[in-house]
Design a protein around this ligand. Sequence first.
Ligand code: GDP
Ligand code: MG
Length: 644
Amino acid sequence: MERLIIGTAGHVDHGKTVLIKALTGVDTDRLREEKERGISIDLGFAPFKLPGGRLAGVVDVPGHERFIHNMLAGAAGMDLVLLVVDANEGVMPQTREHLNILELLGLQKGIVVITKIDLVDEEWRQLVEEEIREELKGTFLENAPVQPVSALTGLGIEELKALIDAMTKEVTPRNAAGPLRLSLDRAFVVPGFGTVITGTLFSGTVRTGDMVEVVPPGVEARVRNIQVHEHDVQEAQAGQRVALNLSGLEKEQLTRGAVVSTPGYYRPTALIDVKLTMLSGAPRPLKNLDPVHFFLGTARTVARLLLLDREELRPGEAALAQCRLERPLVAERGDPFIIRSYSPMTTIGGGRVLDPSPARHRRFRQSVLAHLSELEQDLETGGDEAFVRQKLEELAVADLSRLARATRLPAERLKEILEALRQKNVITSLGESFTTRANLQEWETKILDRLEQFHRQFPLAPGISRAQLRGVLPPAFSLREYDALLERLAVDKITVRGDLVSRYGFTPTPSPEETEVLGRLARFYEQGGLQPPSVREAAERAGADSRRQEELFAYLVSQGTLVKVTEDLYFHREAYRGAVELLCRHFASSETLTLAQFRDLSGSSRKYIQALLEHFDQIKLTRRVGDHRILRARNEQEPGDRIQ
Ligand code: GDP
Ligand code: MG
């Protein structure tokens, strides 16, 4: 079985369905109404045995203008198209419209089939062929082979088969290793069997027993059975037409246009950024936010197109736009789409998806237009680098899984792109996460500016707390990412000491007046010994500016002159050391120590002694047991605990 879909295209009654019957033996007009009216309404499907024995899928589309939406659903999955033209009638309106659609969808390969040649003479046939050639100039079919046939007499049918066989060998197979994506075109109930959906597998592989998700609506189901060309198979791959029997689903939950995929992979979107091209034959310009019919894959909805750089798009022009969809659908970067005017319904343009999950844009924004132009270039070169860089910029900072969710790119592909971007010095890692170089520069500037400002405001303070400094960064930063950023800057831009961060090389230098005030403060505390003054009292007596109290004390602590025991209680380092010595000497001969004992030993008062002992408990020098204390063994103290 080949992974290959051959489709038809062309005006109504030009002989598409009869041709497929001549090629495959299958009458694809399966609806009763189709048989009665002798006209194709919906898509028809048939397996097609190529001369070498390989089996391909055929999608026969309706030609009537009223059923173009069905034609579009079928055209989305074609690898090779047979453009059918009646030898009698020549090129007709839907010949042109179908050709436009195939062109906009980016189809690469096709054969022109002139049908019903039993009805015309050679001279007429040649005229028709010339007319067709003229029509195809500048399209993907410009140099396509032309095959005249008669389904009635069988003339040219074998030649056509041979042509198809040869051409299919040039088709590049779709990616069977990619994410599972099947665009649903039919859903029905088989009595005694359950819900069956059919569609073309655009990418990936599906196996029986797999769990899949149908989006929208976003319901999960198990694949009970798979058929390709009416044969049961264990797995089906990209490029095949498949029927899936899904358990746990109601037919009512399913509509044409839904996507069957790996659970959690796709999310429907109502906003899509695109590059839109208007057909040169469009009857009139498209105005900003004009409603249009929008077709992507097998899905259709009404959309309004926000023209990002102009008021209207004239026939033959192309522009960047944001589509606002009435009904959300699944889209992927690079997907082709078609638009038809609201009324009268005719195909007026189409293009490609640049970003399937963009932010809401405003019009006439240079930055938005620049971003989208980059994404367009990205697509043209078959890459995603600009796309990934832009998403990372939007996120500020992100790890692999967050970035995978934002870009919808498979993790392996994403890793490759990130590596390439890193080598080009466009992005950089922060621990396990990533940020762009430009962003990193921005964070760095913000942090350094904040530090400058802090040092200017508090020239004596040794640094700003980590938590306070974090406020300058976007909330997207996790604690780990923040730590990684600080670590990076700590090489030569900042100094991190415990909880405090300062500018690299910053040393608080008091002015002569401050030096005097500091000297006085130190002296008061030295004189106070184990009965030191309160912060306010000391500051007042030393003549310190009350607004700078905190900073002055922080400075003395950072210098090791004072030891902070509580918010309001500081000891001079000599007095503090004396207290620790007293304590240790006491424990050299006793097991326990009470508050009263320590008070008597130190000659201080209860107020100070209680605070000191609680502090000793806190730094794990002592432990309180009932109303006395014991000395903690050295090994009970955790690393990092230090007697100050
Ligand atoms: P479709 O709308 O393009 O699918 O056209 P059909 O395949 O339904 O054919 C339309 C009509 O053309 C039918 O009445 C066919 O019998 C007729 N027809 C198709 N192919 C030929 C042919 O090769 N020779 C003749 N004489 N009639 C044909
Ligand atoms: Mg038909």
